[in-house]
Design a protein around this ligand. Structure first.
Ligand SMILES: C[S@@+](CC[C@H](N)C(=O)[O-])C[C@H]1O[C@@H](n2cnc3c(N)ncnc32)[C@H](O)[C@@H]1O
Length: 259
């Protein structure tokens, strides 16, 4: 546990973030687009940095064979707790593996998965390339690679809406920002990630925005909104310009080229 940097954050992320409608917008929007691109179950899917299993467990419920890989034993413990609440049939379809994404190929096998997910992880890595190379290597030919990254194009929005104009001005030149968990994070661009994936035989086939109108919500904001209405509006915004460009995260779908 000594080097489990996510141990002190696991409860805040799993209960705090996903306990709110704002947090659930992320999984809802990503899930909708992911399902559109994935082959049907029982295809094999790996969620790299899958944390508490919020994105992967619904796939297992629907028949996908799912591996959740994460270097944090604390985060995997939360995934195991969630898995305990599932039926025997779903539990049999899920494997939990404790390892960093960069080592995943050696552990799980190259070219194996029809779906390789990596959501909300690249922003914590100073150099995304080793992990991106590993994601590409895990996918089978024609396999789908699904990455959610922080959107460098809109970093001025949060400080500006909070009235911190000096920070907002600096954000136009920046690719880093402290996030809601208090961690310094790195942002990507769709174009930059597309170039990087291209070096490893993956072409971008689509991209979407993730979380626009709810991004500035604070825990103090009264929860008066209808969940279904909010999720429907965020989903519509995620797939059209200019809204997707202004979203806090972007969701890129790549496909491993066939030789
Ligand atoms: C913000 S959480 C996201 C969890 C999950 N993907 C989700 O969307 O709910 C970030 C996760 O990335 C994991 N992580 C950090 N560095 C990693 C690495 N090098 N390889 C794989 N996962 C990593 C952390 O342990 C943590 O569980």
């Amino acid at each position: 546990m000594g080097d489990d940097t996510w141990a002190p954050l696991a409860d805040r992320f799993v209960d705090g973030h996903y306990g709110s409608l704002r947090g659930r917008v992320r999984t809802h929007v990503i899930d909708a687009h992911l399902r559109w691109h994935l082959p049907p179950p029982p295809a094999e899917v790996v969620d790299v940095g899958g944390g508490g299993g919020h994105q992967a467990l619904p796939l297992a419920r629907d028949g996908y064979e799912v591996t959740i890989l994460d270097p944090s034993s604390a985060m995997l413990a939360r995934a195991a707790e969630a898995l305990d609440r599932e039926s025997e049939e779903v539990r049999r379809r899920v494997s939990l593996v404790e390892a960093a994404g960069e080592q995943a190929q050696a552990l799980l096998g190259a070219g194996r998965f029809a779906g390789v997910l990596c959501h909300g992880v690249l922003m914590y890595l100073d150099d995304p390339e080793p992990l991106v190379a590993s994601l590409a290597g895990l996918a089978c030919e024609g396999g789908v690679i699904s990455i959610a990254a922080k959107n460098a194009a809109n970093l001025a929005v949060r400080p500006a809406l909070a009235g911190d104009w000096k920070a907002a001005l600096a954000s136009f030149q920046a690719d880093r920002q402290v996030n809601g968990l208090g961690l310094d994070t790195r942002a990507d661009t769709v174009e930059g990630l597309t170039r990087l994936l291209g070096r490893y035989g993956v072409e971008t086939v689509a991209w979407y925005g993730v979380r626009l109108f709810t991004d500035g919500w604070t825990p103090e904001r009264p929860a008066l909104d209808d969940d279904d209405d909010v999720l429907a509006v965020e989903l519509e915004a995620s797939r059209r310009d200019p809204y997707r460009q202004m979203s806090r995260l972007f969701h890129l779908i790549g496909r491993r080229r066939t030789e």
